[in-house]
Design a protein around this ligand. Structure first.
Ligand SMILES: [Fe+2]
Ligand SMILES: [Fe+2]
Length: 364
């Protein structure tokens, strides 16, 4: 696809065009993921010389574009009976698709911006390929949503959403993790449905294997970027930050997944099992670059995730309640969520030494 758009709106239009915007129906408001911005000049100063051989290999792989023809409906795309889907499942599944689409598009916008604002040819080339992939992913989900009579108006989204500024190093930690956790989530569902094909209630899951390989290689790129500067993963303060991001990304996923019980039940997936499985895979992979792993079998881990999840539900209820009572209830819930977070954050980590060669291949 043509990737010469210069503004977010044009970019969104391009994705839309590729997938027939005329069919677009109502806009959804269920938009959780954030959009990010960063210090593009600092990013531009990266020198990939220390990882040149591995870098060129990865870029060559992205350039060859193995998934070029993958994100298109074909005869494997079974008809979906949206009208007769259980209303609770339908609501949760649409929420899943909308937040996935928004997350993909948020990646696309950030990568596109990094490419547009950069002058460093290595960086520009990388982010061009990654933006290409995320645009396809977002477009494909949006296409599935359109069949349900819902489509995320991506152009509107980029204007309406707030942008969060992150220093480049925080972008590396957060984006690396979100790519790897994306891989682990997609492959875990895919493998589960291979074993239980009768639970595959929507054809989009058939596309997850090639899809997750894209996310895997995006994660590899960030792993290489982090390797260009050892301080990023070795200094005392940065280790605390890495620990923070691991804890935040994992616990956010736990809370979000537990808001979709009917969706997981339809897949035949126990949410606690699924989340632990995704944490285990992500943690194992992340040892390629992070000198630690969270101890997700520690006795404080699961009880405090559950505590945090309950606190978030109370927070929501308190918001709905409103008034002074609602405000007080919300404060109480916030402090119990914070305590649960602290209890998890302070679990001793399992230290490890990243291997000399950072690169990995998808193994699950
Ligand atoms: Fe993606
Ligand atoms: Fe990605």
């Amino acid at each position: 696809m043509n990737m010469h758009a210069t503004t977010h709106e044009e970019l969104a239009a391009e994705i839309g065009e590729q997938f027939d915007t005329d069919a677009m129906a109502q806009e959804s408001t269920l938009l959780n993921p954030r959009f990010y911005t960063t210090d593009f000049d600092e990013l531009d100063r990266i020198d990939v010389t220390p990882v040149r051989a591995e870098w060129d290999k990865l870029i060559g792989q992205m350039k060859s574009d193995p998934n070029k023809g993958h994100f298109k409906k074909n005869e494997d795309w079974d008809t979906v009976d949206w009208d007769n889907m259980d209303p609770k499942l339908k609501r949760e599944f649409i929420d899943f698709l909308v937040s996935s689409c928004t997350a993909e598009f948020s990646g696309c916008v950030l990568y596109k911006e990094m490419k547009r604002r950069g002058n460093n040819p290595d960086i520009c080339e990388l982010f061009n390929y990654m933006a290409r992939d995320e645009a396809r992913h977002a477009g494909f989900i949006n296409d599935a949503l359109r069949e349900a009579g819902v489509a995320v108006n991506l152009g509107f989204l980029t204007k309406a959403k707030k942008y969060t500024y992150f220093r480049p190093k925080f972008i590396y930690y957060a984006t690396y993790l979100s790519e790897k956790i994306g891989y682990a989530r997609y492959i875990t569902i895919y493998r589960h449905l291979e074993q239980h094909p009768e639970k595959r209630f929507h054809p989009i899951f058939k596309w997850f294997k090639e899809w997750c390989n894209d996310e895997f290689s995006h994660g590899e790129a960030f792993a290489l970027l982090m390797r260009t500067d050892p301080k990023l993963t070795e200094s005392f303060v940065n280790k605390l930050w890495i620990r923070f991001f691991l804890t935040a990304v994992f616990s956010t996923m736990y809370v979000r997944d537990h808001a979709r019980p009917a969706f997981h039940e339809a897949l035949g997936v126990d949410i606690d099992w699924y989340d632990q499985e995704v944490f285990r895979k992500t943690g194992e992979i992340a040892k390629q670059v992070f000198p630690m792993e969270l101890d997700i079998d520690h006795p404080r881990w699961m009880p405090n995730l559950k505590r945090m999840e309950r606190a978030f539900r109370k927070m929501e209820a308190a918001e709905k309640q409103g008034g002074i009572g609602g405000k007080l209830a919300k404060l109480g819930a916030m402090s119990s969520a914070a305590l649960a977070f602290a209890a998890i954050y302070t679990i001793p980590v399992k230290k490890s030494t990243p291997p000399a060669s950072v690169r990995l291949e998808p193994a699950y």
